[in-house]
Design a protein around this ligand. Structure first.
Ligand code: TPP
Ligand code: MG
Length: 557
């Protein structure tokens, strides 16, 4: 225990700052205002936004790039408004700390009816228990530091969101004691089990004709990507990512073969992975997105797979208890595994072809949009992508550096793209952030560009305007998929900064993108996409999804 000059509030933000957090995203309210004052007094930069769902997405994107994100909101009206984006972070294992203002412990005891209270004073905390790995209501300055450290330690251990409710008065109280930091004891494997699994892994890989690694999101979240890549490099094993882990290793790496997502993937990648006689699934988070929503896991037959995750270790049908992923990876790399001589690998997103004059004059399409993007993105381009064909089309985009692509590709909430860009711009101020959203998704959180304008951030924003909810039209169409056509190019006038362009042809699109990249302003490009156009990926799964969801199509089949 050490004595301290801190208040509860100054301790919290000092602790976060020492962890390497540089920005906090939020919206204040009366219960949270004293917390905001401590935040402003700290070295952290406070990015106040316009709507809480965006606050959560921004903190999530920041966490994906910097390892830990913080979202600060007021009690219930703010916190519950942010629930969906924290649910997204939970579902996709992103450590976002929710700090919510709250009523005083004295009021809690009296159980008075107080504004923002829903049912009981604990309603918000109970709801957040469902989407976080640890929660605390800070009611006593004597235990405040320990409670804060407990929540943060759990978040780091599990790479999941956490919740701290900070009463408006407790935050100002002096903090008398700080306990010694909890020592994290790294889990270790049972040596015999690790040895058996390694032996089986070496034998399976050496026997295989076409081993392939699927590098998934747990590797990124637990800082194990380098260990996985070392295995690929040493033994010449090709690597696919998943849609959620897209860009986990550089997409220009010679062993990278693209995104595997069942029938959503490029056919060459799907075939390579599904024909493999040894699919090594590292840090795998296996969801229906792995199989393009409509495929099945049977395509990767169990006898040919190796699964190594935080929770489960399995080769073929055999499972291994108490084997730690990190130790498995670090041991496997030193084994006598044959280095492969590889033939031609699938390269679905290899250098895109420049446009010829005829193509420049043609109406653009989703496929050409990503081709043009691929022609001009650089190592400094970070892409944040929203749900919809923006995401499915991006499967074919080749980014140029690891973790340069962010999307909520499992939880698939619309609204991530624009606020995600705000988080990315805070995390990577020297990179150029490019946000891509469909017109529908843009109408959910696009107005958050106001925050970019307020803080002098300069994203390049693509609104893919296909006149409504295009993805859904493929599944089941009706008037409910129509949206109002906004005059998107008026937005920069609304915000008072930046440039807007509306483009229809490939040539106009390319010229606008080049101008945006060369300039130093917020740049909004509305791309008109024909209503009936979609990416090759969506084309492949759209009809099948339609049959699954639409009883009329099922009956026809
Ligand atoms: C928050 C949220 N609400 C609803 C949905 C269901 N949904 C999935 S895609 C989609 C349409 C997206 O439209 P748009 O952003 O224009 O992209 P497009 O499909 O046209 O490419 C909808 C409504 C969702 N995923 N997330
Ligand atoms: Mg649309």
């Amino acid at each position: 225990m050490t004595t301290t000059q801190h208040t509860v509030g100054s301790f919290l933000f000092d602790y976060l700052h020492k962890m390497g957090v540089t920005h906090v995203f939020g919206i204040p309210g009366d219960f949270a205002l004293p917390t905001f004052r401590w935040m402003e007094a700290s070295p952290l930069k406070v990015i106040t936004m316009t709507h809480e769902p965006s606050v959560g997405f921004a903190a999530d994107a920041y966490a994906r790039l910097n390892g830990f994100g913080v979202a600060c909101v007021t009690y219930c009206v703010g916190g519950l408004n942010m629930l969906n984006s924290v649910a997204c972070a939970y579902a996709e294992k992103s450590p976002v700390l929710v700090i919510s203002g709250g009523p005083s412990p004295t009021d809690r005891v009296k159980d008075v009816l107080m504004h923002h209270k829903v049912r009981t004073f604990d309603t918000q905390r109970h709801i957040y228990e469902e989407v976080t790995c640890a929660t605390a209501v800070i009611t006593d300055p004597a235990t405040a530091a320990a409670e804060i450290m407990r929540v943060i330690a759990a978040m780091q251990e599990h790479s999941l969101p956490g919740y701290i409710e900070m009463p408006f008065d407790v935050v100002d109280m002096p903090l008398t004691h700080i306990p010694a930091p909890v020592k994290r004891i790294a889990a270790t494997s049972k040596p015999d089990n690790l040895a058996t699994m390694i032996e089986d892994a070496v034998s399976a890989i050496n026997k295989a004709k076409q081993p392939v690694i699927i590098a998934d999101i747990e590797l990124h979240r637990f800082g194990l990507t380098d260990q996985a890549l070392a295995i690929a490099n040493k033994f010449n094993i090709p690597v696919a990512s998943t849609l959620l882990s897209k860009s986990i290793i550089s997409e220009t790496h010679p062993l990278h073969i693209g995104v595997y997502s069942g029938p959503l993937s490029d056919e060459s990648v799907q075939k390579y992975v599904e024909d493999s006689d040894c699919v090594i699934m590292l840090g795998a988070f296996i969801t229906d997105v792995w199989f393009g929503f409509t495929g099945t896991s049977e395509k990767l037959s169990r006898k040919n797979t190796m699964l190594a995750t935080n929770d489960k270790m399995q080769i073929g049908a055999r499972t291994y208890e108490q084997v730690v992923l990190k130790e498995f990876l670090e041991t496997l790399v030193n084994q006598p595994i044959n280095k492969r001589t590889l033939g031609a690998l699938p390269k679905p997103a290899e250098e895109p072809q420049p446009l010829n004059e005829k193509e420049k004059s043609e109406h653009t399409t989703i496929e050409n949009f990503f081709r043009i993007l691929g022609l001009h993105v650089t190592e400094n381009s970070i892409i944040t992508c929203d749900t919809g064909d923006a995401l499915f089309g991006a499967i074919k985009l080749r980014t140029k550096k690891a973790t340069n692509f962010l999307s909520d590709a499992y939880y698939l909430s619309m609204g991530f793209g624009i606020p995600g860009a705000i988080g990315a711009m805070a995390a990577r101020p020297n990179d150029r952030v490019i946000a891509i959203a469909g017109d529908g998704a843009f109408q959910m959180t696009g107005i958050e560009l106001s925050t970019a304008a307020k803080f002098g951030m300069k994203p390049i924003v693509f609104i893919l305007n296909n006149d409504g909810y295009g993805t859904q039209r493929f599944i089941l169409d009706g008037p409910f998929n129509e949206i109002l056509r906004w005059n998107y190019t008026k937005l920069t006038e609304l915000f008072g900064v930046g440039v807007s362009k509306k483009v229809t042809t490939n040539g106009e699109l390319e010229a606008a993108f080049k101008e945006a990249l060369a300039g130093d302003e917020m740049y909004i490009i509305e791309v008109i996409i024909p209503r009936n156009d979609c990416s090759p990926s969506l084309k492949r799964v759209g009809e099948e999804l339609g049959r699954l969801r639409d009883i009329n199509k099922r009956n026809e089949a």
